[in-house]
Ligand binder design. Sequence first.
Ligand code: DGJ
Length: 733
Amino acid sequence: MAIRYIEKKQIFQMDTKHSTYLIGLTTEGYVGHIYYGKRLKKEGNHYLLRTKEAPYTPSVYEREKMVFMDFFPFEYPSGGVGDYRESCLDVRGEKGNIGCEFFFQSYQIYKGKAALSGLPASFGTEKEVETLEITCEDPILKLNVVLSYSVFESCDIITRSVRIENRGTEHLKLEKVYSACLDMDNREFEMVTLTGSWARERYIQRNPIHFGKQLVSSTRGESSHQEHPFLALVTKNTTQETGEVYAMNFVYSGNFIAQAEENQFGQVRMVMGIHSNYFCWNLKQGESFQAPEVVLTYSDQGLGQMTHQFHDFYRNHLIRSPYQFRKRPILINNWEATYFDFNSEKLLEIAKEAKKAGIEMLVMDDGWFGKRNFDDNSLGDWTVNTKKITSGLLDLVTKVKELGMEFGIWFEPEMISPDSELYRTHPDWAIQIAGRRPTMCRAQYVLDLSRPEVVEYAYQCVAEILRSAPISYVKWDMNRQLCDIGSSYLDSESQGELMHRYVLGLYQMQERLVTEFPNLLLENCSGGGARFDAGMLYYSPQIWCSDDTDAIERLRIQEGTALIYPLATIGAHISDCPNHIVGRNTPFETRGHIALAGTFGYELDITKITEEERKMIPKQVAMCHKYQSLMQRGDYYRLVSWNEKKPYDCWEVVAKDQSEVLVTFVQVLAQPNMHSRVIYLQGLEECAEYQLEGTQEVYTGEELMQCGYLIPSILSSDKKGDYQSHLYHFLRK
Ligand code: DGJ
């Protein structure tokens, strides 16, 4: 039993394998947060709510209710009635005021977990997950808040979401609805976040918490390159293996906020939800609003354990694709090979050469439709450009399939070029503020997905193409962020709903897509990795991680991404050198080793690379086949980080049954006069013996973990120079 209500104490206790979460009720019915942390062996108690301390609860000492409100650890704080910390819910009533206050009304505990209507969400069977729903009411507005907690006991994960139900008679406006809050005393927490830019996504940041609010957020209409819907509070000593971690990750792909706030009493409030900027939702009588889900996890064994908990959870309870654990085709994408300058002959040339090297799928990227030879036109006109695809799409796909390869195709369904037939016919389908010329980005506007006929049109464009030929894979791109937040479809009262409705429209399309084409391999993408988030993973098992395909840049980007997301979700390709973004030259072999910590594929003109490189591809393909399943299923450990100013980078993946481990070592810059380096492996069976493949070297698991493995100095090997890498594969004897 993962969840219980201890009636005599008025406590809800939720236990996972290694953590406990306690919620307590006061006599008035306030729902307070007692504890989240290492699993308690016994029943929890109420004293941490501090209701026996002055200023006491309002029913004891009403005179100082405000002081109470501004101090009490609320499970779901509402705004306007005396809690000056960040609120999770701001509701404007018909009189124009903001203010509501919630009191416990009822609860239910059930096995399993309900789906969240219109939203991506984690799932599990009745054996895997239990759910607690606490219903609270604002007695004045007759507004209910249903707080949902789903406990995935064996995964050490609790998911939270909130449903707001208007049972009164007023037309309410929700001006802010967050999904989760965690009030704790500050224990010198530091805040781990992921931040960056285009081509520099998800660098790991770590900063001490200080007085006031510190946050990451996006109001760009997508989770963004810049900041990521993830926040972890960690104790000061936290490393990969030690220390306490409280982490939240959002299953949502639009605007968000993830914030930590230290207040006057040394308390920390951690919140996550849809950003309240540009947000205002009408909640008429009888209506309800479902806020997206937050995944919450606690680890007392450092960030590494947190990573395992997220990876296992997402692999088993969020990603639905049949490709989750299935072999993924090794693809070659023509974007960096040709950009817009291609035709069917060129694609077939690439495919033929790729097939010889063992590559399994050709992906035709941007530029096959409308009159598109550059990025400034035709988005929305999803008809095949027969000047380029001369004998039509079906013929091209057939020819690729006759070569023994699969075929994949690129779309950007959410966009509209001002220079397109679609825009000329439906200028009002673009998001824009009436009377104001919308701000362009990459010479394109964004379609108004709050408008049902737009969602229908955009979906049918994609589906028609997929129905027209046997296409196995879709790369769904989104190359600009939203601004000029206006819809000619929504009335003036509802404009504040546009950004969330946009995300709901997107989810609706992807849900239809994976339902109509259940065997399709979908890869999401957004100008690189601007929409790499748990929401999108519900629809696609892999997401293009970054437009920066340089192997050394990828070390940081993929390390940050893998902090939360499984390696098999990380779109990673081997591209040509000098790298198109940074101009760096790296060994072909190193590019392969780094792409192996992702989906693995190619993004180059195979007909133009050197003979020496081309000859290396079959070896790399064999490497991918050999390790793909291990990378998809195993436990990932970050051993050394170049990002933390170490001279080299190193990670490993251990099979769940500990029978093998693959260590990837990247000597980023060559260093003179160095001896071998000790790397401490993790996750092995202590007493088992492991043999390094291809050698007679045998070590015990204990040795490899406690004494370490000696990575030979590159000066003593044939690999001299910068950016060298090596794989070490140990097999249990
Ligand atoms: C951005 C993507 O990240 C690239 O891989 C490529 O598909 C371009 N868009 C095409 O416009």
